[in-house]
Design a protein around this ligand. Structure first.
Ligand code: DGL
Length: 278
């Protein structure tokens, strides 16, 4: 494989800021890879939009990354992963890694009682993407799903130790707890931020699956499979692009990434839309 191909960046897109929890895991797993991140902050949230709109936006977001010459696309947004993967794979020649396949495979390995809970945005849960994938892996799995839309703004507010978050988590998770799931899939980019409160409510014995960790592992094995792992010894750099003003993104980013971000570039939505027309 040509040296230049290996040194191309990994492309990651999300509806906004949440995908940084996935970038964090990719950086930890593959520290010398370059990453190009696109957060569609002008059109967030995706989790309450129709499948058609999310597919359309996802094709545009991915096309923008392809124009940046990425070697692989990571769909960090669970909502986009749950509806747009077939369209993305049909449209682009680069491999596409989605959260649903990666997270489900990981959860399938972890569950002992075959009782898995899944939480996500309204769209992800209504589409039943995780339960379909989990049952494809093992038809014997019992899967229970619950939309937890308020977790997204709570995570962005950084309300991790807040009583309101605990109360909301208790309300959302009550049924899953009563059903005694032994594994809970965090099927939304934002939920890893709220891991401590979710663990507290579910109890220490329940295994929480971070689909970002699962996706980072999937990216690593996919790069090995196609022979495109970077040979570089240096630390990879992340270039950030967003479709709305970078200041809000920069403010909240460190919570999601674990460190501050710099060099955030704004791209007009027009440019993103045009990317897919070329
Ligand atoms: N990134 C989305 C997800 O993982 C959450 C935010 C949104 O609704 O756009 O599903």
């Amino acid at each position: 494989m040509n040296f230049m191909e290996k040194e191309k960046p990994i492309g990651v897109f999300d509806s906004g800021i949440g995908g940084l929890t996935v970038v964090k895991e990719i950086m930890a797993k593959l520290p010398n890879e370059r990453i190009i991140y696109f957060g569609d902050t002008a059109r967030v949230p995706y989790g309450s939009k129709s499948n058609e709109t999310v597919i359309e936006y996802s094709l545009q977001d991915a096309a923008f990354l392809v124009q940046k010459n990425v070697k692989i696309i990571v769909v960090a947004c669970n909502t986009a992963s749950s509806v747009a993967i077939p369209a993305l794979r049909e449209r682009f020649n680069v491999p596409v890694v989605g959260m649903i396949e990666a997270g489900s495979a990981y959860a399938a390995k972890e569950t002992i009682d075959k009782k898995i809970g899944v939480i996500g945005t309204r769209s992800t849960i209504t589409n039943r993407s995780y339960s379909k994938e989990l049952r494809r892996i093992n038809p014997g799995f019992d899967v229970f799903e619950k939309a937890c839309p308020l977790f997204v703004p709570l995570a962005e507010e950084g309300w991790i130790d807040h009583n309101a978050t605990l109360e909301i988590a208790e309300e959302y998770l009550r049924e899953l707890k009563e059903l005694s799931v032994d594994t809970l899939l965090l099927g939304c980019t934002h939920y890893p931020i709220l891991k401590p409160v979710i663990q507290k409510v579910m109890g220490e014995k329940v295994k929480l699956i971070d689909s970002g960790v699962a996706a980072a592992q999937r990216v690593s094995s996919e790069l090995d499979r196609i022979g495109l792992r970077s040979n570089s010894n240096g630390l990879g750099v992340v270039s950030y692009y967003v479709s709305d003003i970078p200041s809000t993104f920069e403010k909240v980013a460190s919570l999601f990434l674990g460190k501050p971000v710099s060099h955030v570039t704004k791209v007009d939505t027009e440019t993103i839309i045009k990317s897919n027309a070329q």
